[in-house]
Design a protein around this ligand. Structure first.
Ligand code: NAD
Length: 377
């Protein structure tokens, strides 16, 4: 081989290459989930094409009552591709609402679903898909992340149960940053904390894997970076874009790996005591992280690094508090008299967790969250 005159001899350059210590990768299993993601500003203009791409022509648009106007705009934009609008989506996916929407969808003979909104509307879309296998295009307007998971939570007789099934996985996620611009401040903060919670539990999940852990750190960073900017200016486009990307990244984490004590507590408090979803995540998260701190030191280091702080649990408490998020269960509808039952429910049929579920410690955790004191073990 002829020597390249522009490059010195290999032996002369060898000293420039540093030998770095190697690491043995922990063994893991990773299963990718199929879905098409369209992300950007103004992407709603592509909705008609997305409906056609799925081969559909009778879409049922879903929203909450509060976002009905947006739903009407979409029906108008879709023209002959829209079959109707159902605008009664509600938090925690009550089965009565699903039954009502299913009847409406069947009467209209729809061939796909378009859910515009947060986790409540997307939850309804998933519940309908569970029964009908209808194709779904979801347009998330919060950071809850449900769009990226094969998980559905449903509430019946005051009990919320969740299941994982690919039947509920949306075919298309259309993120239009413009639609997230109207998310009010309190919901922006709490929804971001909800998203961060997904990434955090992914980092200490028993199914953790290097791809998802990298994404988790990126998602936490994007949201933590966006929050202070959005607190001072809700129309900051860069921060909105960062936050919506973070919502997706964290949703992917939740969809790919398991949930632990934090989600179990929030499902209990939401499903059995009617507490609002994102606010509950915001209050509980620092305490759940403190609970697991000693059992999951590597995850704690990654969370702290993503937040740019020295202690993960304290950093999360500060992130919520400084940005005006709730810190006390007492302020979001929890009654002190219900705490013992909440402890009992949270400890029954627990999700896998890096630290074993100890009833006394869970009582301490919930007492701290109830009062809004700093997290401790
Ligand atoms: P949400 O969907 O209930 O929305 C809260 C309120 O904000 C609603 O009134 C909604 O209309 C309004 N809103 C949403 N986006 C808006 C916007 N851009 N501008 C103005 N108003 C807007 O709240 P959420 O926290 O997104 O979702 C909570 C639900 O999602 C819960 O039922 C929870 O269990 C579920 N969830 C499920 C998963 C999953 O993977 N299955 C993941 C996260 C959350």
């Amino acid at each position: 081989m002829s020597a390249n005159p522009d490059v010195s001899k290999r032996s002369d350059l060898a000293g420039n290459i540093q030998q770095l210590p190697g690491v043995i990768m922990d063994s893991f299993v990773y299963e990718g989930l199929a879905s098409r993601v369209v992300f950007g500003f103004g992407t709603l203009a592509r909705l008609r094409d997305e409906v056609r791409r799925l081969g559909c022509s009778r879409a049922l648009v879903l929203t909450t009552a509060a976002q009905r106007n947006r739903g009407e705009d979409i029906v108008a934009e879709l023209g002959n591709l829209a079959a109707g609008l159902y605008s009664n989506a509600a938090m925690h996916t009550p089965v009565e609402v699903t039954r009502d929407a299913l009847k409406f969808a069947q009467e209209l003979e729809v061939d796909c679903l378009i859910a515009l909104g947060g986790g409540s509307t997307i939850g309804l879309s998933k519940a309908i898909a569970l029964h009908t296998d209808l194709l779904q295009i979801v347009i998330p307007t919060t950071y809850a992340g449900s769009e990226a998971t094969p998980i559905i939570g449903q509430t019946e007789n005051g009990l919320k149960t969740t299941q994982r099934t690919l039947k509920v996985m949306p075919e298309v996620i259309l993120y239009d940053v413009d639609l997230s611009m109207t998310l009010p401040l309190q919901m922006t903060v709490t929804s971001a904390m909800n998203a961060i919670a997904h990434a955090i539990e992914a980092l200490y999940s028993k199914d953790a894997n290097p791809l998802i852990s990298t994404l988790a750190e990126q998602g936490i960073s994007a949201l933590a970076r966006a929050l202070p900017r959005l607190t001072s200016d809700l129309t900051d486009k860069e921060a909105r874009s960062d936050a919506l990307f973070g919502g997706w990244a964290c949703g992917v984490c939740l969809g790919a790996v398991g949930m632990s004590i934090h989600h179990k507590l929030c499902h209990t408090l939401g499903g059995s005591f009617g507490l609002p979803h994102a606010e509950t995540h915001t209050v509980v998260l620092p305490h759940a992280v403190a609970y697991n701190a000693e059992a999951a030191p590597e995850a704690m280091a990654r969370i702290a690094r993503a937040l740019g702080v020295s202690d993960a649990a304290q950093g999360l408490f500060d992130l919520a508090y400084v940005n005006g998020g709730p810190t006390r269960l007492a302020d979001i509808g929890m009654y002190e008299a219900d705490l013992p039952r909440a402890v009992e429910l949270a400890c029954s049929s627990p999700y896998w967790n890096p630290r074993p579920i100890e009833q006394d410690a869970i009582r301490h955790l919930l007492n701290n969250a109830f009062k809004g004191v700093r997290p401790s073990n």
